[in-house]
Design a protein around this ligand. Structure first.
Ligand code: C2O
Ligand code: CU
Ligand code: CU
Length: 525
């Protein structure tokens, strides 16, 4: 059954009983949505102060490596003033603490699953698998969906950090429950720096700010309300930035760098400033672009990272600039989902250092220097809904599991360059498509050049309605199986995920299931 956006709206606003669905489902959905908190009880936009997640510190360090310890655990937060919301946080923080790591240092992160044995409302066992999205990790440390850590278990993840500077993020990837686990709060930023990034006169330090955007929905008692609209996606009526609803941030009259991460389960955004001014996009998923791109608005799908510089110098103190969202189609929108946050300009003094955007950022970005003529093979990946399941080339993660993890969609040879053409033949939905381990360059979108904000190396591509994109990929360094999936987490869980294998005829592949979680109590770290 193909549901139009209007149908989805009807279902979501009037309750599922409005359309013909099996009784159990319609009763459940109608009950759930009836408990949705009244809009009048939500905080008005731009009344909550902005906040930044804490930076996590290592528990110890040696000559090459920093060791971190993280507990995934329930936490109670006040998102709606006067109401308590139970969420799940890394170290009890939502979003999780920010990692700040320098290229060349390795990290080991112990992740301990201290979550309850069943989800209090949804009744599933919250096994986890932590993925560092954007990292060229070995398969056994990549958050392979079926490499699960059950409550009462822990796993030590190793990260190489040899890649160019970028904004990564870590989030849950546990098979079939990624959407719920991330919705409960299991996501955070991981910032990798390098000498080039530090040497550029772009904003650093207090002027380099994470913006983790996600949408939520609440019951009238303050608890989270999770509803997937017949597995089309989750669309909340409250927009959070760094865990705060529509916050307001005080900014000085200079340039700021914002690392925007769309950590929503399903929602895509189209950003613009209500001043009509442009923003300088300086980095994409895989780091600094060759040159900055000045845009008045740009589209941002789930899991993509865009770093923008906004210059507040020209505004008078007291001026409020709003970051807006003119929604791409096929999202479910509510009264205030067209607003994200506000910047309030203040007259405080500031340092003039690192207050520019050079016209050249990373001209030698290796992925962006790949040439189409380097490609030795072209493959096609079709993202399609079939028989109620979301599939890639007709297959699902269940097919991978049933094959005992042998089935792969592609088996590129190490160091080869290939063209992958990703296609979405439907006009009813879009897919943020993600390929693990590698970075890619977008060659074309619907036969035309990529959009300006996409002129940098990436690991997620927005596959819009009836769109096809051609990606140029070098499979460097990895040996073994890695996932490819839609990053609309509801699509991913049902079950638009598969894998490919990077082959190396000399060195044996790493098995993603070769380093399984251990039971508590913890061993040495
Ligand atoms: Cu952001 Cu497979 O993940
Ligand atoms: Cu990833
Ligand atoms: Cu999708």
């Amino acid at each position: 059954m193909e549901l139009s956006r209007k149908d989805l709206l009807k279902m979501s606003v009037l309750g599922a009983a409005a359309v013909a669905l099996p009784l159990e489902r319609s009763v459940g959905a109608a009950t759930v949505l009836a408990s949705r908190i009244a809009e009048s009880r939500l905080p008005p936009p731009f009344t909550t102060p902005f906040s930044i997640p804490p930076v996590i510190q290592p528990v110890r360090s040696d000559a090459t490596t920093d060791y971190y310890r993280v507990s995934m655990e329930p936490t109670t937060v006040e998102v709606i003033p006067g109401l308590q919301t139970q969420m799940w946080g890394y170290n009890g923080v939502v979003p999780g603490p920010t990692f700040q790591v320098a290229q060349g240092r390795r990290t080991v992160v112990r992740q301990i699953n201290n979550l309850p044995s069943v989800h209090p409302v949804l009744n599933y066992t919250p096994w986890t698998s932590v993925h560092l999205h954007g990292s060229a990790s070995l398969p056994e440390f990549d958050g392979y969906a079926s490499d699960i850590t059950n409550p009462g278990q822990y796993k030590d993840y190793q990260y190489p950090n040899y890649q160019p500077a970028r904004t990564l993020w870590y989030h849950d990837h546990g098979v079939h429950h990624t959407a719920e686990n991330v919705f409960m709060g299991l996501a955070g930023q991981y910032q990798l720096s390098d000498a080039l990034d530090r040497s550029l006169p772009i904003p650093h330090g207090e002027f380099d700010v994470p913006l983790i955007v996600s949408d939520k929905m609440f019951n009238s008692d303050g608890s989270l309300l999770f509803s997937t609209n017949d597995n089309s996606g989750f669309y909340g009526d409250v927009i959070l930035v760094n865990g705060r609803p529509w916050p307001v941030m005080k900014v000085k009259r200079r340039k700021y760098r914002f690392r925007i991460l769309n950590a929503s389960p399903s929602r895509s955004y189209n950003w613009s400033l209500d001043s009509g001014d442009s923003m300088a996009v300086i980095a994409t998923d895989a780091g600094l672009m060759p040159t900055p791109q000045y845009v008045k608005s740009f589209r941002h799908g789930v899991a993509e990272r865009y770093e923008v510089v906004i210059d507040f110098a020209k505004y008078q103190p007291g001026r409020r600039v709003v970051l807006r969202n003119t929604s791409p189609k096929n999202n479910i929108n509510f009264t205030n989902t067209n607003k994200i946050m506000a910047f309030e300009v203040v007259d405080d003094s500031f340092s003039e250092a690192d207050n520019s955007v050079p016209s050249s950022l990373n001209p030698n970005q290796a992925t962006m220097l790949l040439k189409e003529s380097d490609a030795v093979q072209t493959r096609t990946m079709n993202f399609v809904r079939a028989n109620g399941q979301w599939t890639i080339n007709g297959t699902t993660w269940e097919d991978v599991v049933r094959s005992r993890f042998m089935k792969v969609l592609a088996n590129p040879r190490i160091d080869d360059v290939e063209i992958w053409e990703l296609r979405n033949p439907s006009g009813g939905w879009h897919h943020p498509a993600h390929i693990h381990f590698i970075d890619f360059r977008i060659l074309s979108r619907n036969g035309r050049p990529p959009l300006p904000h996409e002129l940098g190396a990436k690991d997620v591509v927005f596959l819009g309605e009836n769109e096809s994109v051609r990606l140029l990929i070098k499979f460097d360094g990895g040996r073994g199986k890695y996932m490819i999936h839609c990053h609309n987490l509801v699509h991913e869980d049902h079950d638009m995920m598969s894998q490919f294998e990077i082959r190396d005829d000399v060195t044996p592949a790493h098995d993603p299931l070769s380093n399984l979680a251990k039971w508590l109590p913890e061993g040495d770290l």
